[in-house]
Design a protein around this ligand. Structure first.
Ligand code: BGC
Length: 768
């Protein structure tokens, strides 16, 4: 049987395949096979929509809180909804037998393929082939094509493709299904259909256009009305093409009128499916050119790494800060689509070094909500800006009051009251962006203000202990959420210190280099020199509990909590909660939910020497349950940093397989965004040893033995740096139109100067 879509497929090394339909895997597969372009996310349901499929269509930044009290990412009408009836029997999982089945995500081309041989109750077979994509070229376009061939005898087909308006959000806890939109308008157009729905809370219009084209032999017609009837002879195929446009009244520069939708459809009908696919593939080609990592030695790891990168690419969006990336990207409703520190600490670096415009959009998202962060600070009696632990469209605090604990019981959530490190995490993200991109314009228009306002917050958040002449940060939750309401969490304190330090440094810089801007900004936010003096006074005196032997105490009194050391970590790197520990008592023990001190050592790497890193890594590893998906990749990165490649590889494999092998059991709710970013960090910052040490880019690779070579591109200071590392060498080059351009890069600890348009290879031995 002919493969109708063969010409669009890349090579097998880029394919993620599912070879058998397994109903029990349905929702997880829908997350894994999601398509997207940063603006739209579309779960990978079967087009025939089995009755218990979890269709998901999301627009970045589009939230609604009807019936939920807290806003959630709206599940919009589902365009992927094809009903094919062959001689009275419906094609689909559960309604016909599947003699052969394959679903394949082509990571390189961003295409989702299906191939199924259906058999009806009379043992007559139908070949079903489909291809669909969410366009990377035109963010408002979704398209799909389906070929159906009657293999055994002639048949009458009924084809229906209706925008499914019955979809709802799944609802959390006892909320039940929730609908966030009402139907405003359904109009038949000349060659298609227009459907407008509006969200209930904010009245945001989401305007769909849809065209359905049916071709048989050389005849072609546009479907009108609900159903189209087609007669097929034996071995004859029909081709069904669906073109959708999706706009929202939140988009910039779009009128969303029917006329515009009509024009959009017309343009794409004229363009044709083939051109649309090719343009989409070309756009993907550019993205991979910026972000691919090539690994020689482990094809399986190579593919999985690309799967992780694919999922980062489909949620990244350039823009002016309307949205950022939620904890489950645009692939599911977990965490209601909210934005956490996952975005700023885990995902942002990938975009900073590959597609800085997306990173900028994520930071603008925070900047645009600075006023609400100021309000939060004020309402709590602090100065400056305090960012919410969970954020949605407005930047208000949107953390739910209750959630399910690991044992299914309800627990009250206190993170929004106390998990304050998010504010420093955002400042850290701004700073990382600045160091890597040197984007002074962004800093002048947004970045400095963010850093100053967050530093201001910490200056008011710390408490002075006169007796000990030190500053303390009390009543917090660190990244380890098992321990609530603790004092002087090491991660929080060090990040606050960092925030004040860069606040101070940036202030001096702005004053010196841009006096006019300095005056403007100082006036705008009423920043006084005495405040800066205060910051300088505070940061060296913020408590940091480190013992003489180098052990960092996670928070005041942590060492006195009940000691429990986990064993057998090689065999069981993600241990279960020990039986003797009751869930409600876990905070009384030294058991840690996720990387906390380890997180600190990873992201503020150049502040700690390797001895301290080792000491703390092994101490906390024995106490960490990795109950958050953020933990494994961070452990991998730090383990590589301290040259423990076995441990690094073990935790890297967990993070790498997290969603492909459903390791955390909740991939059905969407992909684990932070882990995707964490995997990239484990590879680049961990194994390739790429770090920024006191402002200088440094490369010191420590590859797993089985990897012979790894190559990638990264943006640094506006240049596109090409890097190739092996177990014993680093090769570097970059191109620039200006011949004399140079970069200073540390390789294996030695400072090197490299010139444009030349290839340099530095060998490890020579530098030892
Ligand atoms: C983790 C947080 C994380 C959140 C969203 C929680 O379980 O403890 O660190 O931000 O999930 O991924």
């Amino acid at each position: 049987m002919k493969d109708f879509f063969a010409k669009y497929k890349s090579d097998e090394s880029w394919w993620i395949r599912e070879k058998k339909w397994d109903k029990s895997m349905q929702s997880s597969r829908e997350s894994q096979f999601s398509l997207g372009n940063g603006y739209i996310g579309s779960r990978g349901i079967l087009e025939e929509v089995p009755y218990d499929a979890r269709a998901g269509t999301y627009i970045a930044g589009l939230y609604d809180k009807t019936g939920a009290q807290i806003p959630e990412l709206v599940n919009l009408p589902n365009p992927i909804n094809l009903k094919i009836i062959a001689n009275g029997e419906r094609l689909g999982a559960g309604t016909m037998d599947m003699l052969q089945y394959e679903r394949m995500l082509d990571l390189r081309h961003g295409l989702l393929f299906r191939r199924t041989i259906y058999q009806n109750s009379h043992k007559k077979r139908f070949d079903y082939q489909s291809l669909r994509f969410v366009s990377m070229r035109d963010k408002h376009l979704i398209a799909m094509q389906v070929y159906i061939t009657a293999l055994d005898e002639g048949v009458t087909l009924t084809v229906e493709s209706l925008l499914d308006l019955s979809v709802t959000n799944i609802g959390f806890l006892t909320e039940g299904n929730k609908k966030h939109f009402r139907i405003e308008d359904v109009t038949q157009l000349d060659k298609g259909e227009y459907v407008g729905v509006r969200t209930l809370e904010k009245d945001i219009l989401i305007a769909y256009g849809k065209s359905l084209i049916i071709e048989k032999n050389s005849s072609r017609r546009f479907a009108e009305g609900v159903a189209t009837y087609v007669k097929l002879k034996k071995n004859q195929a029909i081709c069904i093409t669906n073109i959708f446009s999706v706009f929202s009244s939140k988009d910039k520069n779009s009128s969303k009128t029917k006329a515009m939708i009509k024009g959009f459809l017309k343009k794409h009908i004229r363009l044709g499916f083939d051109r649309m696919v090719k343009e989409h593939i070309a756009s993907w080609g550019k993205l991979w050119g910026l972000s691919d990592i090539k690994i020689k030695g482990e094809p399986d790891v190579q593919k999985k790494l690309r799967f992780n990168i694919y999922h980062l690419l489909i949620c990244g969006k350039e823009g002016d800060g309307e949205s950022s990336i939620g904890a489950k990207t645009l692939t599911g409703e977990g965490y209601r689509g909210h934005i956490f520190w996952d975005a700023d600490i885990f995902i942002l670096p990938f975009f900073i070094y590959n597609i800085p415009k997306v990173a900028k959009n994520m930071l603008l998202y925070r900047y645009n909500r600075l006023d609400n962060a100021r309000k939060i600070a004020e309402s709590r009696g602090y100065n400056g800006a305090m960012f919410p632990w969970e954020s949605a469209d407005t930047g208000e605090e949107v953390t739910p009051a209750w959630a399910k604990n690991y044992d299914g019981t309800l627990i009250q959530i206190r993170t929004h009251e106390m998990e304050h490190h998010i504010t420093a995490d955002i400042a850290y993200g701004v700073y990382q962006y600045y160091v890597a991109t040197q984007d002074e314009r962004f800093m002048l228009s947004h970045g400095f203000e963010m850093i100053f306002e967050t530093a201001r917050f910490w200056a008011s958040r710390v408490e002075y202990n006169k007796l000990l002449d030190r500053y303390e940060i009390k009543h917090v939750i660190g990244p380890d959420e098992f321990h609530e309401d603790v004092d002087n969490n090491a991660y929080t304190n060090c990040m606050a210190r960092f925030n004040l330090l860069i606040g101070y440094g940036m202030y001096q810089k702005l004053k010196r280099l841009y006096p006019k801007e300095f005056t403007r900004l100082s006036k705008k936010i009423n920043l006084k020199p005495r405040e800066i003096k205060e910051w300088k006074n505070i940061f060296p005196k913020i408590v940091f509990n480190i013992k003489d032997n180098g052990l960092i105490e996670q928070f005041d009194g942590f060492f006195k909590r009940k000691k429990i050391e986990l064993r057998n970590l090689k065999k069981q790197p993600i241990p279960g909660i020990p039986k003797k520990v009751k869930l409600q008592d876990i905070g009384k023990t030294q058991l840690v939910k996720q990387a906390d001190v380890v997180m600190l050592l990873h992201i503020l790497s150049d502040n700690f020497d390797v001895k301290i890193k080792r000491k703390n890594f092994y101490y906390y590893l024995k106490r960490t349950l990795h109950k958050s998906s953020l933990s494994a990749a961070t452990h991998a990165a730090l383990a590589a940093d301290i040259n423990d490649l076995d441990t690094a590889y073990r935790y890297f494999s967990i993070a790498l397989n997290m969603d492909l092998n459903l390791l955390y059991g909740n991939t059905n709710d969407g992909m684990h965004a932070a882990s995707l970013g964490g995997v990239w960090q484990a590879v680049i910052s961990g194994f390739a040893g790429v770090k920024v040490l006191k402002g200088t880019l440094s490369i010191h690779p420590r590859l797993p033995e089985v990897w012979q070579e790894m190559s990638f591109c990264m943006k640094w200071g506006g240049y596109n740096l090409k890097v190739m590392v092996t177990g014993h060498s680093v090769s570097l080059s970059f191109s620039s139109k200006r011949k004399k351009d140079r970069l200073r890069i540390k390789v294996y600890g030695l400072l090197r100067r490299i010139e444009t348009n030349r290839l340099y290879t530095f060998s490890r031995r020579a530098t030892l």
